[in-house]
Write a protein that binds this ligand. Structure first.
Ligand code: NDP
Length: 282
């Protein structure tokens, strides 16, 4: 009999709700492309069970796990180590186990930045306008500042979260930020270079989009919507009609998974195989 191993490399996703998250498709495509016997298990975990779930994954030799809503902040209390960036954001979307320790990183913002830089978008000295100030916005804002954006305008419905994010950027990064309330028919500032839609408005099955004044969009503005499903949100469609270059949440979803894959396996992720697999789902 050969020396074949019957034990798979295990990673996964903890969240609630989690059933419609398609990340399994991308990570298992990466395993297949690299000829690794690996599984990605999508797991529903209630908030009160998060600690048990993380300890269980460690005990069963998982390589790590993705963390999604509503656990990205709560997971911090179960970590032995956290990356400086994730600590700054106050949120973790990737847990990995190393040398017996539970470690946390946030790859959401890195995945977003990778989509833009791969597309040749200049971030240096840019003015970025973010709609939303939730967990994803925090990750994106910190990474935009880390990658040279000079000015951030945080546009949010609730002043508390919007002001907190602007304060974080002003106090902890080299960029300057201000908070502006999200009002109906919001007009995009005329010196905006990059507009990022990070609210959950437009996520399937919601067909709507934030009520901005689309006539204020200059065609030079790069417009991103991080909603991964549908790929062509109403927001993206309206921006494209104004002649703007657009980026959907599709590449961000693949790229953040690629960063996590490297943390779990130590291997470069086969990004094209991951994109092809995800595209086939839509
Ligand atoms: P959060 O719940 O942390 O934040 C939601 C944000 O949306 C808040 O700013 C909230 O404003 C705003 N919002 C929600 N509903 C409304 C509304 N009706 N009107 C105005 N503002 C509203 O979520 P996340 O930041 O974690 O995720 C946001 C979106 O990003 C989700 O759709 C998620 O799918 C997507 N995402 C995509 C990723 C990708 O890889 N493509 C990765 C991570 C997230 P307020 O503060 O006022 O409540």
């Amino acid at each position: 009999m050969s020396q074949k191993s019957y034990r798979s490399a295990l990673v996964g996703l903890l969240g609630c709700p989690v059933d419609e998250n398609p990340t399994v498709v991308t990570i298992e495509a990466a395993f297949r492309a690299l000829d690794i016997d690996g599984r990605y298990i999508t797991m529903k975990v209630l908030p009160e069970d998060l600690g048990d779930a993380i300890r269980g994954l460690k005990a069963t030799s998982f390589l790590g796990t993705h963390i999604t809503i509503p656990h990205k902040v709560a997971v911090l209390s179960y970590l032995d180590e956290i990356s400086p960036n994730a600590a700054l954001m106050g949120a973790v979307n990737t847990v990995y186990f190393r040398d017996g320790k539970i470690c946390g990183e946030n790859t959401d913002g890195k995945g977003f930045i990778m989509s833009l830089t791969q597309g040749g978008v200049e971030l240096n000295a840019a003015h970025a306008v973010l709609l939303g100030a939730g967990g994803a916005a925090r990750a994106i804002a910190v990474e935009l500042a880390n990658h040279g954006a000079a000015q951030l305008t945080i546009v949010n419905r609730s002043p508390e979260r919007g002001q907190a994010l602007a304060r974080l950027i002003n106090e902890k990064t080299a960029a300057s930020a201000r908070y502006v309330p999200l009002t109906p028919n919001f007009s995009i500032p005329s010196d905006c270079d990059i507009l990022v839609q990070t609210t959950s408005i437009g996520l399937y099955p919601d067909p709507s989009c934030p009520h901005i004044d689309f006539s204020s969009l200059r065609p030079e503005i790069v417009v991103c919507d991080i909603i991964p499903n549908p790929i062509q949100t109403l927001f993206i469609q309206k921006a494209a009609e104004k002649g703007c270059r657009t980026f959907s949440g599709f590449d961000m979803l693949v790229n953040q998974g690629a960063f996590s894959f490297r943390l779990w396996t130590g291997k470069e992720a086969p990004i094209q195989a991951m994109k092809d697999a995800l595209a086939a789902e839509y």
